[in-house]
Design a protein around this ligand. Structure first.
Ligand code: THU
Length: 128
């Protein structure tokens, strides 16, 4: 694919633990230092404890000390392209703000979006 961020998301997808849905997702989150933090979906037999690829990448990044982010790529084997779920939009907003979100599939189709457009009226810390 020759785009390091999209390649990283596609590669992360190979690690998906999705025995229940069989729906494999990968994510690659780039911080402002240029580091790429990857994640895949990790399902659980109790279903509700499943972690999506985007949140795995975001939580890994924060736990490794990253605090500012540029963009995230999300890879799945679908056409039309798979966007982040609502829970991931909320978490990405809090951790990353209005970043670019690049969706990609195994055919190499891709689309760039802004989180603000996908999640226009977020709940955030100022409401607390
Ligand atoms: N999933 C993700 O990892 N990211 C998305 O953007 C959509 C959904 C996962 C959660 C679950 O393991 C499987 O895909 C089916 O919902």
């Amino acid at each position: 694919m020759n785009n390091p961020l999209l390649d990283a998301a596609l590669k992360a997808r190979d690690h998906a633990h999705a025995p229940y849905s069989k729906f494999h997702v990968g994510a690659a989150l780039e911080d402002t230092d240029g580091r790429i933090h990857t994640g895949c979906n990790v399902e659980n037999a109790s279903y509700g404890l499943t972690n999506c690829a985007e949140r795995t990448a975001a939580f890994k990044a924060v736990s490794e000390g990253a605090r500012k982010f540029r963009r995230i790529a999300v890879a799945a084997d679908t056409s039309p392209l798979t966007p982040p779920c609502g829970a991931c939009r909320q978490v990405l907003w809090e951790i990353c703000g209005d970043i670019e979100i690049i969706l990609v599939n195994l055919k190499g189709e891709s689309e760039s979006l802004r989180l603000q457009d996908l999640f226009p009226r977020p709940f955030h810390a100022k409401f607390l």
